[in-house]
Each structure stands twice: as C-alpha cells, then as structure tokens.
Design a binder for this molecule. Structure first.
Ligand code: MG
Length: 396
C-alpha cells in the first residue's frame, strides 16, 4: 500500500527536495496534495502536472483562478486555511513552510491524528506548550525533518532505556563566519551571510545559521522534541543537558551521550533528502542512499566550542527557552523581523544580536495558554522588534 503524502510549502527548499525523494522512491509514496504560501506559481503548477495530486492549495486567493485554469483535474483550495486543510488528505504531512506562518499546518496535522514530518521548526519553537497538547491526539506523531533532530531521533533508538540518556549534543556547522572574532564581524555583507559553507538552504535559515540563532532555535526544538519524560517519546532531558558543539564539516549531525559515557552519533553527508526520507519511512527506511559517505576519502572531522561573544544569539535562545511559555515565540518573531531588516539592508549583520537582546528584555511574560496567545505574542514581538530597529536607526 502506498503512503499518501501532503507537502505544504512545496516550492521551497524542503518542498522541492521532498518531491525528489518521492521521485526516487517511486511506487512507495503517492503525492496526495501539495500547496505553497506564495512565490513561484509556475513551479507549483509544474509540480502538480508531474505528480498529479488530487488537491492543490494556495494561500493567496488572488492566484486561485490562474492555478485552477492551469490544473483542470485538481481541486484547488485557496485562502489562509488552505495549506492547513491538506492534513485531511494524507497520511504524512510534510511541513516545509518558512517561519511562524507554518503553525497552522503543524496544528492541523497533529489535530487530524496524522504523522507530521516537521521541517518548520518555528511552529514547534514558538508554540511549544500548545503543540505538545496537540501531539497527544490519538494517531498524531511528530518526526523531525531537521538534520540534527533527525540524528538525535536515530541515536535514541540505539538504547531502550531513555532514562540513561545524559546529554544531547547538537552539532553546528558554525556558518560562514566561524572562527571570526566579534570585532571582525562589523562589516560583513548580506552576500557573505548567505554563503553557507556546507548546506544549501533558503535565505532566512541561512542568515540564522550565520548568527547561530538557527542553532539556538534548534536547542529549543530539541527541548520540545526530547524533553518529554522518558517513555513518552522523549528522554526527559532539559536545557542543562543540551549542548552545542561546532563541527564545520557537517558530517556528524548530532549525538547522544549516555550515563556510562558512551556517545552514539549519526553521520551522513549534508543532504536534507535523508531526514525527509527518514520522516516519511520511519520506523522503516527508504532505499535511496542520499547521505552515504565515501569513508576512504572523508578526511578529518573537527570539533570546537561555540564563540558566545561573536555569536550572542545562541545564548539568547537558551535564555528564552529556559523562560518558557511564549518567550520562544517572542524571540522567534523578533528574529524574523531582524533578519528581514538585515536582508533589506536596514541594519548590519552585527546589529541582529543587540536588537534581539533589547527586544528580549521587553518580553512581557505572557502564558502560552492557547494558539491565540501565541499568535498575539508573535504580533506584539514584531511590533516591539520594529520599534527597537527604528530607535537604533534614529541613533542616540
Ligand atoms: Mg538543522
């Protein structure tokens, strides 16, 4: 029997690579539905013509007539809830939407009792307590499509007793500015920040990698995914037991250290098709070897501590994560605003950390009671971050 897959964010980096996995694993999966929140409609139509899904969703209603005209055999859904509605049409929902906008897809997939292959880490980070409740829906299952968390998911399977996990160690490539001191980062450009040494990804996450905010958000993500009590899918570890180590080759995707000092690591080439295929096939595996290593020619693997002075965003994420409730939502929203301001040429790369430091100091401490509280916090944090940026632009 084929597994029905829905892809939200099909024209993005994760979406296009998901379709490559489906193509490579032909006969095993059926693309039941796909959707995009904006952008490249030509690509969306081309994807639908190749994979012939029953349903195509577009977030922007004004584009619906053109998409319907190009795809007469498809049911075209349009509007703010269109992407989330795809959860009803598949067994596995791949959430490859960029940023906080992916929250509705995450919630819909879990509330429909489906497997969520989650590449949209922002929804889990920002709405942690709310998403945790949705995870308890019968049938709901969350498998991470983030190389580090996919690695930890695999490492945890190596030991039956989750109570014997001592530490989770997330690896970070260090991004394009690894090894530079704080005073050497004042004049870096947008092009410098977008030149990631090992991974090919969208612009937002690539900038986050350059500031180490991506790793900070992944620390919060790891706490949400694996911090649950042992026996409940997690291993009961909290922020004090989640460490980050810089590993420039991006071959070791993360590690789990057990109480006897043994470390289990997962290694593969940096290729997101492996975590995507893992999340589709778990507990089985796909048969296309996207990440296979040529060991004889691999060379060396290096590890070093992160530089918290040059990359203050990592520490800010730990701080927001420990504060809990809507603090991660606040930091995530402020970060989306700051990254956009950097990409628009409004602020320098070196301003991102200080802007977020000031923004986090304005966090009002709202409880994450429901999705509404998280969405309100997200909106308020964006306003706060904008005002911090405006104040910085005006100068003292
Ligand atoms: Mg990652």
């Amino acid at each position: 029997m084929t597994t029905r897959v829905a892809v939200a964010g099909s024209t993005g980096s994760i979406g296009t690579q998901t379709l490559e996995v489906l193509r490579a694993e032909e006969g095993r999966y059926e693309l039941a539905a796909l959707g995009a929140s904006g952008g490249n409609l030509e690509l969306l139509v081309q994807q639908a013509r190749e994979h012939r899904p029953k349903v195509v969703a577009v977030a922007d209603e004004s584009t619906a007539p053109a998409v319907s005209g190009a795809l007469p055999e498809c049911e075209v859904r349009a509007g703010a809830d269109a992407l989330a509605s795809l959860a009803e049409d598949a067994d596995v929902i791949v959430n490859g939407v960029v940023g906080f906008a992916g929250l509705s897809v995450t919630m819909a997939a879990l509330q429909a009792g489906r497997r969520l292959a989650l590449a949209n880490k922002e929804s889990l980070i920002a709405a942690g307590p709310v998403v945790q409740r949705a995870r308890r829906t019968p049938g709901a299952e969350l498998v991470p499509v983030d190389s580090e968390h996919c690695a930890i998911h695999q490492c945890l399977r190596a030991n039956d007793n989750r109570a014997r996990v001592d530490r989770v160690i997330l690896t970070a490539s260090g991004g394009p500015f690894r090894g530079r001191r704080a005073d050497e980062l004042d004049e870096v450009t947008i092009a410098d920040a977008l030149a990631h040494p090992t991974w090919s990804m969208g612009p937002k996450i690539t900038v986050d990698s350059s500031t180490l905010m991506n790793k900070g958000l992944e620390v919060i993500e790891a706490n949400e995914l694996f911090g649950e009590p042992a026996g409940d899918g997690g291993c009961g570890i909290g922020f004090d037991h989640i460490d980050v180590v810089v590993h420039p080759q991006s071959i070791v995707h993360s590690m789990v250290e057990f109480t006897d000092g043994a470390t289990i690591a997962q290694l593969s080439l940096p290729d997101m098709r492996l975590p995507i295929g893992y999340a589709l096939a778990f507990p089985d595996r796909i048969t296309s070897a996207f990440g296979a290593i040529d060991w004889a020619h691999l060379g060396r693997l290096d590890f070093e501590p992160p530089d918290h002075e040059a990359f203050p965003c990592l520490g800010l994420a730990y701080e927001a994560g420990r504060a809990g409730e809507t603090a991660p939502a606040w930091l995530n929203a402020a970060n989306e605003v700051a990254v956009q301001a950097f990409l628009d040429g409004e602020i320098r790369w070196a301003d991102i950390g200080p802007v977020l430091r000031t923004a986090l100091d304005l966090y009002p401490g709202t409880a994450a009671t429901d999705v509404g509280a998280v969405i309100d916090t997200d909106r308020e944090a964006r306003v706060a971050a904008r005002s911090v940026i405006q104040a910085a632009l005006l100068g003292p």
